[in-house]
Each structure stands twice: as structure tokens, then as C-alpha cells.
Design a protein. Structure first.
Length: 94
């Protein structure tokens, strides 16, 4: 049995999971716990010894902002065009 913690929004759980995954994909490159961060830092320091965490993060932030805006536009279009999220999975409940 599922429990809802707020007012009914009429959004299918598959859409909320897709939004959650998109948000995670935007934020994952901005964490130093990323598995590839030491590799990226080592590769950058091979060419410039002054590169540090701040340099890497400041280079990644514009991409994260662009991806978040792109995902926002995609979700809004997906919702208002009422496209299915998956096979037989609607965007909203009738």
C-alpha cells in the first residue's frame, strides 16, 4: 500500500522518478565523491600543476546549469504534451 505525504498532485510515480534521476545526473559531477574525480584531477594536473578542486568545479558548473535548464524544458514539454513516460505509463493520473 502506498502512502502519500501531501496533497494529491496527479503525477505518476514514474515521472517523479525520472525527475529525480535527472536532478541526480546534474548534481553528480559536482561532488568530490565522484569515482572519476581523482582521474580527472590527475589528468588536468598533468598539463597544469596549478589545477585544483576549485578549478575543476568552476569548469563543470556551467555544464550542470545548462543540463538542468535543458532537463527542465524537457520535463515541462513532456508533461504538457502528455507523452508517456514508458510503455503504458501515463504522465499523470486521469
Amino acid at each position: 500500500m502506498s502512502h502519500q505525504a501531501g496533497p494529491p498532485l496527479g503525477v505518476h510515480p514514474a515521472l517523479t522518478q525520472a525527475i529525480h534521476r535527472m536532478g541526480g545526473s546534474v548534481a553528480n559531477p559536482l561532488t568530490p565523491l565522484n569515482a572519476f574525480f581523482p582521474v580527472l584531477l590527475g589528468l588536468a594536473q598533468k598539463y597544469d600543476r596549478n589545477v585544483g578542486m576549485g578549478t575543476i568545479f568552476s569548469a563543470i558548473i556551467p555544464y550542470s546549469i545548462a543540463y538542468s535548464l535543458g532537463y527542465l524544458i524537457l520535463i515541462v514539454l513532456w508533461y504538457f504534451l502528455d507523452l508517456p513516460v514508458g510503455f503504458g505509463t501515463p504522465v499523470s493520473y486521469p
